[in-house]
Design a protein around this ligand. Structure first.
Ligand code: UDX
Length: 479
């Protein structure tokens, strides 16, 4: 077994857990010893809905470990209460993690000590603990490079008086985020920058965490060079050692195809990491629909919306006349939602040309030939998955990095429409008509060009493939 033992420690959200498990598998396949440390809550859901244990049991160089997130089992862990998750991590997880590292408990289990820690980019406590035990850290930033850049620029934004700001004057241009001066407005900054004073808890946390990023040996990002070159050039001035290994989900498939592994380690690569049970029957429903006709709607794993917002989106879809597939994750619509009170016009249209599921195999849905557009919350993983498949987006960003991601979709990559701050049915209907009809050619052209660049980046000569090999070499050399 390799003497390089990597401990991966993802933040407990679906998107980051998805790509951490993909990275873990890539490292295993390259012979490194890997432990993934999940919160108990995430691990329970993985076991309930996936065959993840069976999949990883093929690797004798892999272990799962779990740690408490400090919250009761029935806590919703939704975006609006994510501050409590951060607090639980600080009060409970942090000291337990320290104890685990100091006592060498990971080495007892896998028979070799941890030689590198790869925590989520927002876990500066892991950096402190690793420093204490003398182990190097490479951060895994699971948000977009453009969002990370706005986090790193926060002190500058504050000094220039551009942050904080209230809900008024959201269209004022932002000047203190180099590389974005021509298109970034206040409304495109991370959601928690919209506040009256600097005591905002999440903003303080993000600012504190961001100051630690340059301390790490390197930073792994789920992107590819061509996509984010205009931001990477600035990021590298602060963190010179960046590994761009995205799109991670396709890099994995590509690595398997380029360098087939021993038969005992081979398996189908599309193993699910879903925290909810997937409704796969939506795929046969999609089979019945014409090419590029269906609008797919999802707001990811944590975001929530009100009943009114949900109905506005639903009306917009129905009024567009297009077939639609909506993910209505349990708990994602808050307020007095009652199936019996859904307007008849929505019920009838849905029977005729709609499909509503609690959770779907999203990568497969986006890859389906009948998908014509993606109405998304602009979470980074959803954005990358859509880019890979060349699917134009209608963005309805809600929190964290989503506001800046959606601005890049519309103004930098020009592969969709940024609805930002509205879910009005008329605007949704118009956006659907734009991406499927009026501006279709324009969006499809840029989306296809980006999809080709994404595919190229994971080939043997591609930038992401090379950066993965550089990462593995570096992990071995610092161990
Ligand atoms: C969170 C934040 O919300 C997001 O802003 C940040 O960029 C990453 O962390 P999340 O809400 O999980 O992410 O959104 P996203 O990053 O888009 O990830 C969602 C994941 O869930 C995707 O990988 C997607 O494929 C998957 N998914 C979503 C499903 O598998 N099925 C579904 O029905 C919906």
């Amino acid at each position: 077994m390799s003497k390089t033992h990597v401990l991966l420690f993802p933040i407990p959200m679906q998107g980051p857990v998805n790509c951490t498990l993909k990275l873990a598998e890539l490292l295993c396949l390259n012979g490194l010893t890997v432990t993934v440390l999940n919160t108990e809550h995430i691990h329970r859901n993985l076991l309930r809905h996936t065959n993840v244990l069976t999949r990883f049991s093929r690797y004798d160089n892999f272990r799962f470990e779990t740690i408490s997130d400090g919250l009761p089992d029935d806590h919703p862990r939704s975006t609006e209460r994510f501050v409590e998750v951060f607090e639980g991590m600080k009060n409970v997880t942090e000291p337990v993690f320290k104890e685990m590292m100091v006592s060498g408990c990971f080495s007892k289990i896998s028979k070799c000590p941890v030689t590198v820690v790869i925590p989520d980019g927002s876990y500066s406590f892991a950096l402190d603990v690793a420093d204490e035990v003398g182990v190097p850290v490479v951060y895994f930033e699971t948000v977009s490079p453009c969002a990370l850049w706005t986090y790193l620029c926060l002190p500058k934004l504050i000094e220039a008086g551009e942050v904080p700001f209230s809900g008024n004057d959201l269209d004022v241009p932002v000047k203190s985020v180099p590389g974005t001066e021509h298109f970034l407005r206040r409304r495109d900054l991370p959601g928690f920058y919209r506040c009256d004073n600097l005591t905002n808890h999440i903003m303080q946390t993000i600012m504190n965490e961001a100051t630690h990023v340059p301390r790490a040996h390197g930073v792994i990002i789920n992107t590819f060079e061509v996509l984010d070159e205009s931001i990477l050039v600035h990021l590298r001035k602060v963190c010179p050692n960046i590994y761009c290994i995205g799109p991670l989900h396709t890099l994995f498939k590509s690595c398997m195809a380029i360098e087939p592994k021993p038969v005992t380690q081979m398996h189908k690569s599309n193993g699910s990491n879903s925290l909810w049970e997937e409704n796969r029957s939506c795929l046969s429903w999609l089979d019945t629909k014409p090419a590029k006709s269906v609008i797919y709607v999802s707001i990811g794993s944590l975001a929530i919306m009100t009943v009114d917002q949900f109905f506005e989106i639903w009306h917009g879809l129905v009024n567009s006349g297009k077939p639609f597939l909506i993910v209505k994750r349990p708990g994602s619509v808050i307020g007095d939602y009652d199936d019996n009170q859904v307007p008849k016009v929505l019920v009838d249209a849905t029977k005729e040309r709609g499909f509503i599921a609690k959770w779907v195999p999203q990568e497969e849905v986006l890859a389906h030939s009948s998908i014509g557009g993606f109405l998304t919350h602009s979470g980074w993983n959803s954005t990358m998955e859509s880019i890979v498949e060349g699917v134009p987006m209608i963005c309805w960003p809600l929190y964290v990095d989503q506001q800046v991601n959606s601005r890049f979709v519309s103004e930098v990559w020009k592969i969709g429409i940024d609805m930002k701050d509205t879910s009005d049915r008329v605007i949704i209907e118009k956006a659907i008509n734009d991406i499927t009809n009026v501006r279709r050619n324009e969006f499809i052209k840029s989306a296809n060009t980006l999809a080709e660049s994404a595919a190229q980046s994971v080939t043997k000569d591609g930038s992401s493939f090379k950066d993965l090999n550089r990462l593995i070499k570096d992990l071995n050399s610092v161990s």
